[in-house]
Design a protein around this ligand. Structure first.
Ligand SMILES: *Cc1c(COP(=O)(O)O)cnc(C)c1O
Length: 474
């Protein structure tokens, strides 16, 4: 009997085979291999073809051409930036999301996409301990989440002064003072830049030795203002993982009558862990929050989350409000009202699948396991003469510096950079460099669901071996 296979079926099966093949080899591939850029461009490039190509062959050739330029970020020994992997359930749900090709802008175009978001949103509000009635938007990432939250804050602060910013813009509006910690993530400044508030038109509050906003300095700055401010605090410093002291910050912002936004792109996930929850105590009293699902929740890109306690302000800042969008009578939630986009991917499905597969306990385990592995990293490295851990390891971030006897600060910077370069050439693990309070440092971030103690031990051994080769000694 002849078996007929449609081009769609053949192509999807081939893609699944290729994906499974790469993912099964990924843990033992060099993590961030040096690439030959000319060869990669040649493999993917060439003139725009005139003629069609069979879809299965397109997928085959794409996989073959792309592989030398793929970084094994979903693998267990990628410790660069703050990058999660993709767990099986959200990855598979992401494939279905593409296959279903739903437009998640409006309930009427995809009731399933809208309701999956609604359910995941309720679960998340509960997990983070946010106020009942908090509204949620599913964005591309933390950048657009902060953009959305700050737009809601801009709306609320100006509406209280009788100014409709969505209608009339900012020309002629009352001024909004914007206050940020000196180590606010660059994407806070980018959000301010896009919202007409100015990336440099900010009052910067000094930070302490762990990178936390100093609450005394914030209180003083806010007392000097004659109007409510928009204040951006941080849960999880991108270098140290440190948390701004939120209870004191909340008090200062309340006294000023301002709006408090918390950027918790990865750090907000501490709230789901009984062991780590105390670090974000007070966060539930803020006005808006940013986090990423594509980092610590280990959902594929792109997946950010914005939460706003004042749902009407969130809605007013984001709704398209165009006449041809029919307002629903049955209480359905239209996802477009809570994010900058109209038509978009149904990114609620993978988030839903991640939460469903982990459950409350699995999620707490994931976060606590990564934090424990970060401490294991720090303990293994700081035991070695010549290697220093610069930060208090309170979450999943570790900053490391390398010295030989007699190295002055500049020589230590150079030696640290040479160890980082050696790690990146070696390929056992990948981690990047940063500059921390004027010092060069290796930055390790443990955020991947599949990282084990053995991966950390193997990475520690590799780092120590490469450090010795670079002259690091006690
Ligand atoms: C990663 C990160 C961001 C930006 O997130 P994207 O998802 O890349 O837009 C913002 N703030 C902090 C603290 C981060 O770690």
């Amino acid at each position: 009997m002849a078996v007929t296979t449609t081009p769609t079926e053949a192509t999807l099966r081939r893609a699944a085979e290729l994906a499974v093949d790469w993912l099964s080899r990924a843990p033992e591939l060099p993590v961030g291999r040096p690439i030959d850029l000319t060869a990669l461009r040649a493999a993917l490039g060439g003139p725009l073809p005139d003629e069609p190509m069979d879809p299965e062959r397109v997928v085959d050739e794409l996989a073959r051409a792309a592989e030398p330029g793929l970084v094994v970020t979903p693998g267990p020994r990628y410790f660069g930036f703050v990058i999660g992997g993709a767990m099986p359930a959200p990855l598979a749900a992401d494939w279905l999301t593409s296959a279903w090709d739903q437009n998640a802008g409006l309930h009427v175009i995809s009731p399933a996409a809208a309701v999956a978001e609604e359910v995941a949103a309720d679960w998340l509000v509960e997990l983070f301990g946010l106020p009942a009635g908090t509204s949620v938007g599913f964005t591309t990432g933390a950048t657009m989440a902060s953009f959305t939250a700050i737009a809601a804050g801009r709306h609320a602060l100006l509406a209280r002064q009788g100014w409709d910013v969505e209608r009339n813009g900012l020309f002629g509006a009352p001024e909004i003072p914007v206050v940020v910690g000196d180590e606010a993530h660059v994407t806070i400044h980018v959000s301010l830049q896009m919202l007409g508030l100015g990336r440099e038109r900010v009052i910067r509050i000094p930070t302490d030795e762990q990178g936390r906003m100093r609450p005394d300095a914030l209180a003083t700055a806010l007392r000097d203002l004659d109007r409510p401010a928009l204040v951006c605090a941080q849960a999880g410093n991108v270098n140290t993982g440190a948390f701004d002291p939120l209870p004191a910050i909340v008090d200062a912002v309340r006294a000023n009558g301002g709006w408090l936004h918390v950027d918790g792109a990865f750090g907000l996930w501490a709230a789901v862990s009984p062991e780590l929850r105390a670090r974000v105590a007070g966060s539930e009293l803020a006005d808006s929050w940013t986090t990423d699902a594509h980092k610590w929740l280990n959902v594929p890109y792109d997946s950010g989350l914005v939460f706003v306690a004042d749902a009407p302000a969130h809605h007013a800042a984001m709704t398209l409000g165009a006449a041809y969008y029919v307002e629903t009578a049955g209480g359905e939630r239209d996802p477009y009202n809570w994010v900058p986009e109209s038509s978009r991917r149904a990114r609620g499905f993978p988030v839903y699948a991640a939460l469903r597969s982990l459950g409350r306990r699995g999620l707490a385990d994931l976060v606590e396991r990564c934090a424990g592995l970060a401490r294991r990293f720090a303990d293994g490295l700081r035991a070695e003469p010549g290697i220093a851990v610069l930060n208090d390891v309170v979450l999943n971030q570790v900053l490391v510096r390398f010295a030989a006897p007699g190295d002055a600060e500049l020589a230590t910077d150079e030696r640290t950079r040479s160890v980082i370069a050696a790690i990146q050439r070696d390929g056992t693990l990948w981690a990047g460099g940063t500059t921390w309070h004027g010092m060069a440092a290796l930055r390790l971030s443990v955020s991947n669901w599949s990282t084990t103690e053995a991966d950390v031990d193997r990475s520690v051994e590799t780092i120590i071996r490469l450090a010795h080769e670079a002259g690091v000694r006690g």
